[in-house]
Design a protein around this ligand. Sequence first.
Ligand SMILES: [Zn+2]
Length: 260
Amino acid sequence: MAGLRSIAEEEVDPIQKFTEAGLTRAMIVMAHPDDNEFVCGGTVALLAELDWDIHIVVTTSGNKGTKEIGMTAQQLAAIREEEQRNAAQILGAQEPTFFGFPDGYIENSNELRGLIVHQIRIHRPDLVITWDGFRPGFNHRDHRRTGRATYDAIYPAADDHLYYPRDKEEGLEPCRPSVLMLAGSNEPDCHLDISKVMATKIRAVMAHSSQIGDRDEHAILQRYRNRAIEEARKHDREFDPEPETDALVFRESFRLIRFD
Ligand SMILES: [Zn+2]
């Protein structure tokens, strides 16, 4: 366990660093309602504790994510959007924005990039979190394309006024976020200790009741414990925690890109 704590202690807390540097606004661009909670819910809760203004943008409404016979895509979209709204509230984020593209059909299109640029120019985030769309290996196409559309929106479009010039008519100015954090990366270089907000993350995950089946809070926490143990063992082969009693370090990891 000592080895485990030392991994986290060696790192300077990037969120603290960003906050001290005056960054205060974050935007999370994800493909499906629940992506945010699973991959960066702890990070959002940490940002909220530091009084950041946080907007979650979801490109689809997750309207294929069911095995329930008789459920329509429209009913499911309404359920999942409501679950995402509840989860955002639990984490301390603002009301989410849904683009409503059909689940499974995301394209890195001019239309999608324009919508993301518009959100960036409205909310003016210092920090954006999205999927790592360049991750090799198996990945959901909506994750891949939402991730790529988000970086294409940040650079160069959102900061150049000749891209999507109609935003100007609404009084929106160009904007370049300072930091991009890519979730689900196979080469993460930024590891955040989310242990102190783990209970909040689990509550937010639980808000997605249409997606978690009969798993209860305990089962979900156990899954994260197993992952944390696996991670710790990579650094300390001898690591052998007592179930339930040893404190584990829970982390969310990202690939960090800076624009300044
Ligand atoms: Zn997803």
